[in-house]
Design a protein around this ligand. Structure first.
Ligand code: C5P
Length: 220
């Protein structure tokens, strides 16, 4: 049975998450926020007293294999813990990027990601959805935006969630994460060969959503 998958990949704060969630809502599809899995893994590893480096790689991977994670409406739950807000801090994001560079951790999260592909369809948001996790996806979009746009969006997002933030620090953080995500040995951030590239620096989110929905309709 063919279960449609739409992949939205791209760098940090390019608007992927907002785009993917809007598509899932409008199409009535399931939604996979794969970055949340790396964020949860990082948070749980730190709370368990593990160092995020190769020395603790196997222990972090073992944690990742048994995460009792659930996404319920807009909440991210781990067992009975609601981690929705805690995983959104810039510090957890930075640690998620470090966790995600460990090959055993990436391997440990593959089956969990595949389990989100169910009827009537899936929109998957991440860095390697189209290249590694769902290579046969019907539509792959690689979403980018300028560094200045991304820093400004991340700034507004953090402030609206009650975190403090500053644009210069965010630019530096984004560049550091882009560099690590793009150069790691396993599943580096890059567009799939058959991905459609979309720079949404000069678009509103509504325009971006409408454009991708039109691409999807053309595929039907
Ligand atoms: O997208 P988000 O910022 O929540 O992702 C957090 C981190 O998890 C990213 O910086 C990236 O290093 C990592 N990640 C990944 N592969 C994915 C999704 C996220 O390596 N599919």
């Amino acid at each position: 049975e063919r279960i449609p998958v739409i992949c939205i990949d791209g760098p940090t704060a390019s608007g992927k998450g907002t785009l993917a969630a809007a598509l899932a809502r409008q199409l009535g599809y399931r939604f996979l926020d794969s970055g949340a899995l790396y964020r949860i893994t990082a948070l749980v590893a730190l709370r368990s007293g593990l160092r995020i480096d190769a020395g603790h790689e196997e222990r972090i991977a073992a944690l990742a294999r048994t995460l009792p994670v659930r996404f319920e409406s807009d909440r991210v739950l781990l067992g009975s813990d609601d981690l929705t807000e805690a995983i959104r801090s810039e510090e957890v994001g930075m640690n998620a990027s470090r966790v995600s560079a460990l090959p055993a951790v990436r391997a440990a999260l593959v089956a969990l990601q595949h389990s989100f592909r169910r009827l009537p369809g899936l929109v998957a948001d991440g860095r390697d959805m189209g290249t590694v996790i769902f290579p046969a996806a019907a539509l792959k979009v690689y979403l980018t935006a300028s560094l200045a746009c991304r820093a400004e969006r991340r700034y507004k997002q953090l402030i609206s969630k009650g975190f403090s933030a500053n644009i210069a620090d965010l630019c530096a953080d984004l560049q550091e994460r882009d560099a690590r995500d793009g150069t790691r040995s396993v599943a580096p951030l890059k567009p799939a060969q058959d991905a459609l590239l979309l720079d949404n620096s000069c678009q509103t989110m509504d325009q971006t959503v409408a454009l991708v929905l039109a691409w999807w309709q053309e595929k039907q």
